[in-house]
Design a protein around this ligand. Structure first.
Ligand code: ADP
Ligand code: UDP
Length: 240
């Protein structure tokens, strides 16, 4: 299949990825860049080989979710940092699921980072750079008219299920899945998981040492940033 895929025009360039057209209107190519941003783009940098690492980690995790019966946009990894995906009509709502308090939840509830939550918490954020991606309620999303009630319910159920698949997978590889962010889109009326799943979009702490192996190393200038991404790749690929 690879040989027949032709990379067409650039459709969109975001902070971490570029989306290219292909000859097939239903398929696009997602190119993973090494650039990293944090704090609404105010902090910018480069993490060497991040694009290749995240493309491989995401491909493996999408495959795992597909096996668990969750529909994703993933088709195949074309090369080190490009994946062929189904083109979705993206819903501008980010779903975050949290197992352990960290980041903005710790600030909001006054919980120390690392405090286990009684049960997973899901939050929705409106993906709009000009507003700084605010957290929104179910009612806000419906008021904005960016998603139907039925689809928002599906997003919530899917996000819980994804967390239930990923958390034990990571635990088996010595990683505690603290929180993660998912983006969904529509394809023929169906809600499908899109975007990426990586150390850019999840928090991973080593189960034993509680060392952070995710983008917080970049956000908070903790050092050993590249090493953390590589370590996540090694663990996800099962080469512990
Ligand atoms: P951002 O827009 O946040 O800067 P990225 O740099 O990650 O994000 O760019 C990737 C873009 O591609 C995002 O806007 C994302 O919503 C979009 N996207 C992800 N999966 C798909 C898909 N299957 N079809 C179309 N667009 C997608
Ligand atoms: N996240 C993301 N994209 C965003 C916002 C958050 O991938 O635009 C991820 C982030 O990496 C973390 C989780 O969602 O795994 C929760 O992030 P949080 O709300 O704590 O935000 P932060 O304090 O990191 O800005």
């Amino acid at each position: 299949m690879e040989e027949t895929i032709h990379k067409g025009e650039k459709l969109y360039e975001g902070k971490a990825k570029i989306v290219y057209a292909t000859d097939d209107p239903d398929l696009v190519i997602q190119h993973f860049k090494d650039s990293a941003t944090a704090f609404d783009g105010k902090k910018k940098g480069t993490i060497k080989d991040k694009g290749a690492v995240n493309a491989q980690v995401s491909s493996k995790l999408f495959g795992l979710l597909e096996k668990a019966g969750i529909k994703t946009h993933f088709k195949e990894l074309l090369n080190e940092r490009e994946m062929l995906i189904e083109k979705l009509d993206m819903i501008p709502v980010e779903a975050i699921v949290r197992n352990v308090a960290a980041g903005s939840l710790s600030k909001r509830l006054g919980y120390e980072e690392g405090r286990a939550l009684k049960k997973p918490i899901i939050e929705f954020y409106y993906k709009d750079d000009s507003l700084g991606d605010p957290m929104i309620t179910h009612a806000h999303a419906l008021e904005l008219g960016v998603v139907s009630e039925l689809d928002l319910d599906k997003i919530e159920i899917l996000t819980y299920r994804i967390n239930e698949v990923l958390r034990p997978f990571f635990a088996g590889r010595g990683l505690d899945l603290i929180d993660s962010k998912f983006e969904f889109g529509l394809k023929g009326g169906e809600v499908v998981l899109g975007d990426e799943i990586s150390a850019d979009t999840c928090r991973f702490w080593d189960i034993e040492t509680r060392e952070r192996l995710d983008k917080d190393r970049f956000r908070r200038d903790l050092g050993k940033v590249e090493e953390a991404y590589e370590e996540v790749l090694r663990r996800v690929m099962g080469e512990e």
